[in-house]
Design a protein. Structure first.
Length: 95
């Protein structure tokens, strides 16, 4: 499903040198994502947002990604707290 809100199923959360900080990898199941978008990790409070500061698709930087893409996203606004919760964060939402 390309339309609707972003649904990114998270497969890993880690520190990335290529994305310069905290990164999340996974497949976009619905919606779209662009650099600068604000996202929320679920489960978690809606006010606990992060900002997309970079996207890699097939190890190459892109400015946007859509449903069906497997991506790595660099995020800011989250730090070690997100990393500690790495096994409970399952999806990112936007929209």
């Amino acid at each position: 499903m390309a339309g609707g809100p972003l649904r990114l199923c998270v497969t890993d959360i880690y520190k990335s040198q290529s994305l310069n900080g905290l990164a999340v990898s996974g497949k976009i199941e619905s919606g779209a994502l662009a650099v600068g978008d604000r996202v929320v990790a679920l489960p978690g409070p809606a006010e606990d947002e992060a900002q997309v500061k970079g996207i890699l698709r097939h190890n190459k930087p892109v400015t946007a990604a859509v449903a069906g893409d497997t991506v790595e996203i660099g995020i800011s606004g989250k730090s070690e707290q997100a990393e500690r919760a790495r096994y409970s964060v399952r999806q990112f939402w936007h929209g």
